[in-house]
Each structure stands twice: as structure tokens, then as C-alpha cells.
Design a protein around this ligand. Structure first.
Ligand code: HEM
Ligand code: HEM
Length: 472
């Protein structure tokens, strides 16, 4: 163990700690007692990807903290926080610097179970100097973060964060997902929710010295084994955040699968009520997805103000979905009563594809927003397949109808002899008197032209003429 009688002594001690801690990161058995007379305390926890080490010495006279951290660099970030929950915790968060070799130490505060925010009042720096190494180093074929930090007077900013007289001072730790990378010097860099977190305790009376000159740092086995002054509390938790994937599934499911299916039901299968049912269900799914999106929004600093293009476009589209449903419903009601097209029907018809396409495109913004841009490639493939299929079916149907219309011009043996029931057939309207239809009147027939004229001659002027294809 080294004593910090001079800055140089401290720096040498930190370096020695670093060397020994590096050796420790692969230690399979962290629970070995250390020198109990030491004034520093060390906590070591073997995470799934290697040891997380935190060695601390606090200074009573000025409230400063000196600490040494090590952790597997495969995690996008690693943090130690004061207290036993995120709420009210002062956190020492580390992640790779912009060149991917150094390390950024970002002191943060968290008021809830949400992404902690950088607080510039927390004066924490990397301890730099001759022989001190901070950064990502490769040890035994593993990359590890190595950080030597110094924070000035934490109690002056958050008096309740640490109790130097507490023999069971609680701390929390957490590691970020390994499928994300942060390369940033920005102290405000966004982090993704943890994959594992837990709690430990330290005897602060053993980890605290009176004056800065008395600071000691652990070396040798003391540096990398759990000290008698610290221990794990409870069981660490593996955490997986499902809200993002569920939100994505609901929203993309609604806009890329359900709404387009509703279009096919109407235009190809010609079932107006089923169309309404499907679009209503998709709107409900979108509502639930947006609810989850709003919950998700409060979790991250970049989304909590609901001001990004992705969120605003999404909210506007949700509103538009409800408006579409209402327009479709009222148009349908009027049509049933009066057999006429309405302005509502027209808006419904033209706004539908726009909403659908914008909604699907908003998925791209979503993946980029959640720092998951590589998912956009798969998403693009799905979009091309689905929209290609929908376009193909609509084209096929249009051609089929055109062919039928042509056949009806020929007059005989065309579809008028046994006209297909179109989606407007669901309207169940009474055939106009004297229309000459041999089958029930079907207002869906877009091919009603000369071919549907009664064989006994044109209707009189007071009779109902042929019906154009109505809007639904
Ligand atoms: C984007 C950043 C973060 C988000 C969104 C987040 C979110 C959450 C959520 C939602 C929970 C509750 C989990 C559950 O009920 O199973 C939780 C718990 C926890 N988190 Fe975080 N967290 C973040 C960062 C951190 C950091 C940096 C630490 C640092 C040590 C941490 C430590 C913990 C601990 C120890 C718990 C369990 C105790 C508690 O409920 O407060 N978290 N977090
Ligand atoms: C058309 C509507 C929407 C679609 C298609 C959509 C789709 C998506 C997708 C695909 C993701 C990526 C999820 C992931 O990578 O795990 C995402 C993320 C997200 N969306 Fe949406 N979304 C929509 C509307 C909304 C709305 C209205 C809000 C909130 C007001 C919202 C909030 C969020 C948030 C907070 C994230 C995650 C950001 C992060 O992880 O940092 N979204 N969305």
C-alpha cells in the first residue's frame, strides 16, 4: 500500500493499482479478504464479461473522492453510483472517448429510473500525470477500461449522496449494453439502458481519511480483491428493456402490415366492413404503440421533451388515423342513406395512402433515433417487399377490372350477366326501379357504362340513370 504524501506519490500509487487491477480483471475468485487496516476500500464484482472493480478513498476534510475503476470495455458504458437506487444517485459514468482508445469520465446525477444527466457542478476529472494510465488497454486479450478519478467536494453539491461515517454506505453499479458503442468526449453523451445492475456496500469509516495527504490506494491483492470493507448486497439483476422493441413492433406492425392489409381488403377483396374493422384495429394498435413510445420517451434525455421529428410526426399521424376512421365512418353512414359520394370520403381516400406511407417512413427515423441505424437495412427490405406486394395486388386488380369493363363493352356474356359483388355490395342498397338490372343493383360496379343499359332502350329522364362507381 502506498501513502499519498505528495501528488507524485499518489500518482505512482495509482499506477501500481492499475497494474495490479489489470491483473485482477480476469480473477475468477474475487471474494478474498484484504488488509483490513487499509483506509481504502475495494469492491470487485465478476460481471458476465469480466471483473468490475471500484477502489475508493474519501477525504473528510474537503469531501474529495479518489477512486480507481476497471471494467470490461465490451460494455458501452460502466457506472458506479452512490445510494441504493438510481433515484438521488451521484454517478461516475465511464465510456470510450472519441478516438476509441481513451476514456471519458462523466459525473452524473439521476433523479429517477431514467438516463442520468451530466451535472457540471460535480467536479470530477481523470487523474492525469506521469505514470498514470487512463483509457482502454488490452490485457490478456481483453480490452478493459482503466480510470483513475478525482472528484472535488461532492457533499457541497449533493450533501446526502455519501455519508463518510456510514459503515454500510450503499453504492450501485451498472453496465451498458455491449451491442452499442459510444465513442465520445462529450460529457452529455447519450447512453442506452443497462443490461446488468446491482448494489454493494462499503464501510466508509475504513475508506475515509482525514486529510488529502493521507490518501492511500490499494495495491497488490488488496487492489483487486473484495476488501473486508465492502460486499455485494442482494443479487445483481440482468436487465432487458422490452419497451423499445414492443413500441417498434406495434408501430411498424400497424403501419407496414395492418393498414396495408386493410387497403387490400377494401380494394382487392372489396369488403368495406372488414376494411373498417382492420383499420380500426390498426389504429388501436398504433394507439398502444404510441403509449409505449411516450413511456419510452421519458427514459432518455434526447427524447424526454417529445420534440424530435420522429415523435412529433408519430403523434400527428396517430391523430390522423383517428380522423381517418371518423371520416370513413361518417362517409359510409351518409352513403348508406343517400347513395352519394361525400367530401369526407374523398379526403379519406386521398389521405389514407399519405398517412400510411409517412407512418412506415417514420420507422426509419425511429431506428436512427434509438441509435439502431443498422436495423434500417432490414426494415427497408421489409418495406420494399410489403409495398411491392400491395402495389402488385392493386395493379392486378385494376387490370382485372379494366378487362371486365372491356368485356362489358362487348355487351354479351360480360360480367353484367352475373356481376360480381363488389365491396359496395355490402351497402345492400335497393336496385333503382327500371334500371334494367337482372341481378340486384351493385353500386361498386365501376364498369357500368353503356353495357348496363337495359336491353329495351334507354331509361326515361325521370328514371334513375346508371350509377358511377361511388366513393367509399
Ligand atoms: C439510459 C440510462 C438508464 C436508464 C434508462 C435506466 C433505467 C432504469 C429502470 C427503468 C430501472 C428499473 C428496472 C426494473 O424495474 O427492473 C432501473 C434500475 C436500476 N438502475 Fe438504471 N437506468 C439507466 C442508467 C443507470 C446507471 C448509469 C446506473 C448506475 C449505476 C443505474 C443503476 C440502476 C440500479 C442499481 C437499478 C436498480 C435500483 C433502482 O430501481 O433504482 N442505471 N434503471
Ligand atoms: C408512425 C409512428 C411511429 C413509428 C412507425 C415508430 C417506430 C419506431 C421505431 C421502429 C423505433 C426504434 C425502436 C428500436 O430501435 O428499438 C422507435 C423508437 C422510438 N420511438 Fe417511435 N414510432 C412511432 C411513433 C412514436 C411516437 C408518437 C413516439 C412518442 C411520442 C415515439 C417515441 C419513440 C422513442 C422514445 C423511441 C426510442 C428512442 C430511444 O431508444 O432512444 N415513437 N420508434
Amino acid at each position: 500500500m502506498f501513502s499519498r504524501r505528495s501528488p507524485l506519490g499518489f500518482l505512482i500509487a495509482l499506477l501500481a493499482a492499475f497494474v495490479s487491477l489489470g491483473a485482477a480483471s480476469l480473477s475468477p475468485e474475487p471474494l478474498t479478504e484484504r488488509d483490513t487496516t487499509s483506509t481504502a476500500s475495494t469492491f470487485v464484482y465478476p460481471t458476465d464479461s469480466g471483473n468490475l472493480t471500484f477502489a475508493l478513498t474519501a477525504v473528510k476534510s474537503n469531501g474529495d473522492l479518489y477512486f480507481h475503476m476497471e471494467a470490461p470495455a465490451g460494455n458501452s458504458w460502466v457506472a458506479i453510483g452512490t445510494g441504493d437506487s438510481m433515484s438521488g444517485s451521484v454517478m461516475f459514468l465511464i465510456y470510450a472517448s472519441s478516438d476509441g482508445k481513451g476514456v471519458t469520465l462523466s459525473p452524473r446525477y439521476s433523479s429517477d429510473e431514467v438516463e442520468p444527466s451530466y451535472n457540471s457542478k460535480l467536479n470530477c476529472q481523470l487523474a492525469n500525470g506521469t505514470g498514470i494510465i487512463n483509457g482502454i488497454i488490452n490485457y490478456n486479450k481483453s480490452d478493459i477500461y482503466v480510470v483513475n478519478g478525482h472528484c472535488s467536494n461532492i457533499p457541497s453539491v449533493y450533501p446526502k449522496a455519501l455519508d463518510f461515517g456510514n459503515t454500510q454506505q450503499k453504492f450501485i453499479f451498472a453496465v451498458g449494453p455491449s451491442d452499442h458503442t459510444i465513442h465520445s468526449n462529450d460529457l452529455n453523451a447519450g447512453i442506452r439502458r443497462h443490461t446488468e445492475y446491482g448494489t454493494f456496500q462499503m464501510d466508509m469509516t475504513k475508506a475515509t481519511v482525514q486529510n488529502a495527504d493521507d490518501v492511500t490506494v490499494p495495491t497488490g491483492p488488496a487492489a483487486w480483491q473484495n476488501s473486508a470493507n465492502s460486499k455485494l448486497v442482494g443479487h445483481p439483476t440482468n436487465d432487458h428493456d422490452w419497451t423499445g422493441p414492443i413500441h417498434a413492433l406495434a408501430m411498424c406492425g400497424a403501419f407496414v402490415i395492418m393498414f396495408p392489409a386493410g387497403v387490400i381488403i377494401l380494394r382487392v377483396m372489396e369488403k368495406v366492413k372488414l376494411h373498417a374493422g382492420m383499420q380500426g384495429l390498426a389504429t388501436l394498435v398504433a394507439l398502444i404503440g404510441v403509449g409505449i413510445g411516450v413511456y419510452l420517451s421519458r427514459m432518455y434525455n434526447h427524447s424526454k421533451n417529445i420534440s424530435s421529428a420522429h415523435q412529433i410526426v408519430g403523434l400527428v399521424l396517430l391523430f390522423a388515423c383517428f380522423a381517418q376512421f371518423a371520416l370513413g365512418y361518417f362517409h359510409h353512414r351518409i352513403y348508406k342513406q343517400q347513395q352519394r359520394s361525400t367530401i369526407m370520403g374523398k379526403i379519406h381516400r386521398y389521405a389514407g395512402p399519405v398517412i400510411l406511407i409517412l407512418g412506415a417512413l417514420n420507422g426509419f427515423l425511429g431506428f436512427s433515433f434509438s441509435d439502431n441505424s443498422k436495423a434500417n437495412i432490414f426494415y427497408a427490405v421489409i418495406i420494399v417487399v410489403v409495398f411491392g406486394l400491395v402495389g402488385g395486388l392493386l395493379f392486378w386488380k385494376a387490370r382485372r377490372k379494366a378487362r371486365q369493363a372491356k368485356a362489358s363493352f362487348a355487351g354479351m356474356g360480360g360480367p353484367f350477366d352475373n356481376p360480381p359483388r363488389g365491396y359496395q355490395g355490402a351497402y345492400d342498397v335497393t336496385p333503382p326501379q327500371g334500371s334494367g338490372y337482372s341481378t340486384p343493383y351493385d353500386p361498386s360496379r365501376s364498369n357500368i357504362a353503356l353495357g348496363n343499359m337495359p336491353s329495351h332502350g334507354p331509361p326515361g329522364y325521370n328514371e334513375t340513370p346508371t350509377y358511377p362507381r361511388p366513393m367509399v
